[in-house]
Design a protein. Structure first.
Length: 368
């Protein structure tokens, strides 16, 4: 009996390490560090992508942060200095591009300076970033009745029950938590996430683009997958909302595993086999699954191969200059299935560039 127990204890870590190896050993063309280098360094010469033509947009914010995280993980001093320099220029000579604080897609900008504060301890970054998190819960004087109702229930006044919100809200609130250690930021994000899961998640674990648009759009679902992933990274095991969020996450991952195409990708409309493979949503799903395997939220034997297939497929869409292709452009909701089939596809769009950086950094984490 003792020999059997010892054999079990020896075999278990071997199997675990073999499953983990699926996310550690890639062919040269899919080496995360090399692919990440091309994508991250492309941002150095990239132009601003503006929201409404006025302010730094959320795709640029996330691409920027992804490049910073890559530089930190790999010790790329040149890249880190370039990212800090770009931010210094923004504050000094382009202050008009700093987003205002009146919309969920603008407040998320605070996650960028808050990340820089974590890495540098330069308080000027904290002073710039924290108000973006705080004002998400500070009701403005001109708030509508609907916004007042949400605030009265303890939610962000910016709540609107769009699935992309659960990355925008989560990322700035968790960044504020990491920067300050104040649990209120984490509690806010968790409470909001539970609301969105309860209101929007379908029985199969996926999400319609909107309650009145019954289609499983890839990137829209990607925001939810990535938001849950970010939050699970931060929530303590004994947090009251963690079980509900982990359940929602696992339900979604199970469905994504079933919907993954033989190529390793996911389609623009996830459950439509004849729809085209889309890179930004696929990268978001890959990021969520890679993280789940590494953190133990998902079984490595079952999901490790899913994550590996996804990354190997995704790497094929990156050119020598670090531009990702087959990225769906910014897409508002529309109750018309053909609309999603016909959306333009761009190369180098920051929606996809950012999501790829999440995958790269998730694969590299633990190698610092």
């Amino acid at each position: 009996m003792i020999k059997k127990i010892l054999l079990f204890l020896w075999v278990l870590p071997v199997h675990f390490l073999m499953a983990q190896a699926d996310l550690a050993n890639f062919p040269a063309a899919a080496d995360p560090k090399e692919v990440g280098y091309r994508i991250a360094h492309r941002f150095m010469a990239g132009k601003h992508m503006l929201h409404a033509g006025k302010w730094i947009s959320y795709p640029e914010t996330f691409y920027w942060t992804g490049a910073i995280n890559y530089a930190h993980l790999t010790g790329d001093v040149e890249l880190m200095q370039a990212m800090k320099g770009r931010f210094s220029k923004l504050r000094a000579s382009e202050p008009q591009l700093l987003p205002i604080k009146n919309h969920v897609d603008l407040n998320m900008f605070g996650s960028l300076p808050l990340r820089l504060y974590q890495l540098t301890k330069d308080k000027s970054y904290l002073d710039l970033g924290l108000p973006y998190a705080d004002t998400q819960w500070e009701l403005p004087d001109n708030a509508s009745q609907a916004e007042k109702d949400w605030a009265q229930k303890g939610y962000s006044w910016q709540t609107r029950l769009w699935i992309d919100d659960m990355y925008m809200i989560t990322i700035v609130q968790t960044a504020a938590f990491k920067a300050t250690g104040e649990s209120k930021y984490l509690d806010r994000a968790a409470k909001e996430m539970v609301l969105y899961l309860d209101k929007l998640q379908r029985p199969n674990g996926l999400f319609y683009h909107a309650p009145d648009v019954p289609y499983y759009w890839g990137r829209g679902n990607g925001w939810m997958a990535a938001g849950m992933t970010e939050l699970l990274h931060m929530l303590p095991e004994d947090h009251a909302d963690r079980p509900r969020i982990l359940k929602g996450y696992r339900t979604m991952m199970k469905s994504l595993k079933q919907q993954q195409r033989k190529s390793g990708m996911w389609n623009q409309l996830i459950d439509e086999a004849d729809c085209w493979a889309e890179t930004s949503g696929s990268a978001m799903f890959a990021y969520a699954i890679i993280s789940g395997v590494k953190q133990g939220w998902l079984g490595a034997k079952e999901y490790g191969p899913v994550a590996r297939r996804a990354w190997l497929a995704l790497a094929n869409y990156v050119d020598d200059q670090g531009a990702v292709s087959e990225i769906c452009v910014g897409t508002n909701k529309k109750n018309d299935k053909q609309y999603y089939y016909d959306r333009p596809r761009h190369s180098g769009d920051y929606h996809g560039q950012a999501a790829y950086m999440w995958c790269v950094n998730a694969l590299l984490e633990g190698k610092e």
